[in-house]
Ligand binder design. Structure first.
Ligand code: ADP
Ligand code: ADP
Length: 233
């Protein structure tokens, strides 16, 4: 379970003037649940995403995964904790000079997982996203939707408790978008992960999310069940 408690993020501008981008975010995403975060450009979605993926430290507040506060860690403990959060990026962010299988293996290799186990885990992950037949292909040979599914396999490699999807269906055709969203809903059910779906696409929210939080000027303006707030269209 992911719990964000009174999260603030301030940046210092070059003039020395502080700007507060996140102004006290409270958000809980239970296990096996998909919560969408939507909001206009400039609302703070990317900043919130970077805080959840622990790429940036919040100015104050807590990010709890299964009750453990990750927002005050540093060094080794921080690196270890990053594993509990898998991020799916907007443009898949695969390395183009290595194969699909090698991309998915990368997080495991960095962790020193033994070769045989690594191969088995990579095959299992590619199977899960229905792309085992592309194991030896290079990212340039994939469609946008396929690349995104490989990105999901890579995000799952370290068995995260939280999956963060940061505009992962932006720019995809409707069929690929549908496939990705269906995959996310399957993962939520099969693995019991908490999924945060950061998106500007209301169709994606309707199709996949259980709850939706509207972010505006660094605050959550509204949060509730998708069915109650925007209906199943
Ligand atoms: P969104 O993803 O919803 O478009 P962002 O999180 O990118 O919103 O940005 C929210 C606000 O925070 C914007 O006004 C942006 O200019 C500002 N901002 C984001 N990153 C920084 C930074 N590193 N330094 C100063 N201001 C920033
Ligand atoms: P995005 O919405 O994808 O974050 P932006 O163009 O808003 O795209 O931001 C691109 C990068 O610039 C981000 O890393 C963000 O943190 C940084 N950034 C955004 N706004 C500012 C700002 N006002 N001052 C400094 N850095 C900023």
């Amino acid at each position: 379970m992911l719990e964000i408690v009174d999260l603030h993020k301030r940046y210092e501008l070059k003039t020395g003037r502080p700007v507060e981008v996140l102004k006290g975010i409270d958000l809980t995403v239970p296990d096996g649940s998909i919560t969408a975060v939507v909001g206009p450009s400039g609302a703070g979605k990317s900043t919130l995403s970077r805080c959840i993926s622990l790429l940036e430290m919040p100015s104050s507040g807590q990010i709890l995964v299964d009750g453990r506060n990750l927002s005050e860690l540093s060094g080794r403990a921080l690196r270890d904790s990053r594993r509990s959060i898998g991020t799916i990026f907007q443009h898949s962010a695969l390395l183009r000079r290595i194969t699909v299988a090698e991309n998915v293996a990368l997080p495991l290799r960095n962790l020193g997982v033994e070769h045989g186990e690594m191969e088995a885990r990579v095959a299992e992950l590619l199977e899960r996203v229905d792309l085992l037949h592309k194991a030896d292909a290079y990212p340039g040979q994939l469609s946008g939707g396929q690349a995104q599914r490989v990105g999901i396999a890579r995000a799952l490699a370290l068995r995260p408790r939280i999956l963060l999807s940061d505009e992962s269906t932006s720019g995809l055709d409707p069929r690929s978008t549908h496939q990705i969203l269906r995959l996310l809903t399957e993962l939520r059910a099969d693995l019991g992960v908490s999924i945060v779906l950061i998106t500007h696409e209301m169709e994606a929210v309707r199709a996949a999310a259980d709850e939706v939080a509207f972010l505006d000027h660094g605050r959550i303006a509204e949060h509730g069940r998708v069915a109650d707030l925007i209906g199943r269209g």
